[in-house]
Design a protein around this ligand. Structure first.
Ligand code: IPE
Ligand code: IPE
Ligand code: MG
Length: 234
């Protein structure tokens, strides 16, 4: 019943999860990766067609070189190790974000998983990596400017719906946004696509956000009356 088409997750709280256990922040990231695998499979089983996850923001480059390097190496390893499962589960992986200034080995790993899974059909996993929502809108604006100048796009054909084609991944609007880890903010995540999203905040840190917790967020969504600016009919 009423399964959201596109769910997005700000996977926050990995560092605090680790610190509260006297562990290094990197352990939190590693466990966050394990949680993501479980959630992605659960989402697919529930019939969710699109899952967008915030893995690394453009602003996360402000962190220590040690943490950034750890995260990049973890992502490469993750894409390699999880490839078989992802293919078996018929999940297509796409990315949102800028390549620059990502390392070449990270870009190669991204390209490889993207190409290998491109014909998968059940669910699309959009990994936002070196991603910023404002950056995405700026980059879309530049592409639109180019297409208008070269008569590829007519001014009257640019609408709030066609604008999506210019975003990093041409995905539908987000129905449900989940943010784990206590904070109630967007942190520059998918600003355009979130326009009518229901928003679910939970104090649970991402490594503890497993299937049961994810299903609670879906139930929250299912109990919402979405009006899109209209009034309730009946
Ligand atoms: C989210 O967890 C993952 C990334 C930003 C890469 P954090 O690393 O932000 O964890 P906290 O918020 O410091 O606990
Ligand atoms: C958002 O979390 C980015 C990711 C989850 C990848 P942050 O931890 O970077 O956000 P702030 O700094 O708390 O706003
Ligand atoms: Mg954080």
């Amino acid at each position: 019943m009423n399964i959201p088409n596109h769910v997005a997750i700000i996977m926050d709280g990995n560092g605090r999860w680790a610190e509260e256990r006297g562990l290094k922040r990197s352990e939190g990231h590693r466990n966050g990766g394990l949680a993501l695998e479980k959630i992605a499979l659960c989402a697919k089983e529930m019939g969710i067609k699109y899952l967008s996850v915030y893995a690394f923001s453009t602003d996360n480059f402000k962190r220590s070189k040690e943490e950034v390097d750890y995260l990049m190496n973890l992502l490469i390893k993750y894409f390699k190790d999880k490839l078989l499962t992802i293919c078996k589960e018929d999940i297509k992986v796409v990315f949102s974000g800028r390549y620059n200034p990502l390392r070449n080995d990270v870009i190669n790993a991204m390209e490889s998983i993207k190409n290998t899974t491109k014909d998968n059909k059940k669910c699309t996993l959009n990994i936002c990596l070196n991603y910023g929502g404002q950056e995405e809108i700026v980059d879309a604006t530049l592409k639109i400017h180019y297409d208008l100048n070269n008569n590829i796009l007519k001014e009257e054909d640019l609408t709030r719906d066609t604008f999506y084609h210019y975003l990093y991944a041409d995905l539908p609007p987000i129905d449900l946004l989940i943010r784990t880890g206590k904070e109630h903010r967007l942190s520059n995540f998918m600003l355009y696509q979130l326009f009518y999203a229901e928003i679910y905040f939970t104090d649970v840190y991402f490594p503890d956000f497993l299937e049961t917790k994810f299903k609670e967020a879906i139930t929250y969504y299912q109990n919402k009356d979405r009006r899109f600016g209209n009034v309730k009919s009946n």
